[in-house]
Design a protein around this ligand. Structure first.
Ligand SMILES: [Zn+2]
Length: 319
């Protein structure tokens, strides 16, 4: 899956309005041309009429040689009129923003399924990035800018091991269902590596949603308790369950209460049941996770997540 349902619908609407706009432009250009050059309108009408008559004649099995000759003459006459008027001969052509897909977003193939057009792919990337909540973060968080020399000793080993696993996670994302939990103190590369993964997956048209734990639970609370914010929160909640990858950053910094506990378990469990990956980063130690949340959350996390321990000084400015 790439785009989530509402984003896909949104893009379809965008394409539909592009088609409508271009259709309006087409008719306006045609009208303007005919108003300025009525002789062209007459020439086009004559040609349309002859085309129709030739079609009818061939349907009836009649000889259409005479009509074809007149049609050629009428076309030649039209060419002459166009040149005399100094009009762009494309005035009768339909207008498309993207000539490849004719503003449908898809290129049809006779033998096989339709293919997404390059223009659709580009919009898809933009929408995926926009909805991920990571647009600004990803400029500095991707494998291409990664430095490993800022860690040393055991810290470096932890980091390199995590990098390997993250690359593997990305490479096998579509075939191998996995989850990751990054543990470690502030500035050891947890968010950076989450960003690297997100960046790669977005580039291969996967939907990614990134949320800090605080924003995540605030949103879920709004969906549950706030009449005013509910519609918007419900839409985000749907994405939380539906996206290809959910990243929960800084688990443990939110206010922990029974609502948070229940919601966290539901997300983790539902996504586990539907084989949709989650990445969690936390500053908490494993025993603190057990204390802060329920046993069932703890056992789900330790049972179905690759736990990657990162360590070292705070290098947030340096990675
Ligand atoms: Zn296109």
């Amino acid at each position: 899956m790439a785009l989530m349902n509402d984003s896909f619908d949104r893009l379809q609407e965008e394409y539909s309005s592009i088609r409508q706009e271009n259709e309006k432009l087409y008719y306006k250009r045609l009208e303007d041309t005919y108003r300025a050059h009525p002789e062209l309108k007459k020439a086009d009408d004559d040609i349309d009429d002859l085309v129709l008559r030739r079609g009818l004649a061939s349907l009836k099995g009649e000889d259409a040689g005479d009509i074809s000759q007149r049609l050629d003459d009428a076309k030649a006459e039209r060419e002459r009129l166009i040149r005399a008027a100094g009009v762009d001969p494309s005035y009768r052509d339909r207008i498309y923003t993207c000539p490849y897909c004719r503003d449908t977003g898809f290129i049809e193939h006779e033998d096989g399924p339709a293919e997404k057009c390059g223009c659709f792919r580009r919009r898809e990337s933009e929408v995926l990035l926009e909805q991920s909540g990571m647009a600004s973060m990803l400029k500095s968080n991707n494998f291409s800018v990664m430095r490993t020399d800022i860690f040393s000793g055991e810290d470096r080993e932890h980091f390199l091991k995590a990098v390997d696993l993250c690359r593997d996670f990305v490479d096998n994302f579509d075939s191998d269902y996995r989850n990751i939990m990054f543990c470690g103190t502030v500035g050891t590369g947890k968010s950076f590596l989450s960003g690297c993964i997100a960046s790669e997956l977005l580039a291969s048209y996967h939907s990614v949603i990134y949320m800090s734990a605080k924003t995540l639970f605030d949103t879920l609370a709004a969906a549950q308790f706030s009449k005013e914010k509910k519609p918007e929160a419900d839409a985000v909640k749907e994405k939380i369950y539906e996206c290809d990858l959910l990243i929960i950053d800084d688990l443990g910094t939110e206010m922990t209460n029974s609502f948070v506990g229940t919601e966290l378990f539901t997300i983790i469990n539902e996504r586990y049941n539907s084989r949709k990956s989650v990445i969690i980063s936390t500053n908490l130690e494993l025993h603190q996770l057990r204390d802060n949340y329920s046993d069932r959350i703890f056992s789900r996390l330790t049972g179905s997540y690759d736990i990657l321990k990162l360590s070292g000084p705070d290098v947030r400015q340096e990675i």
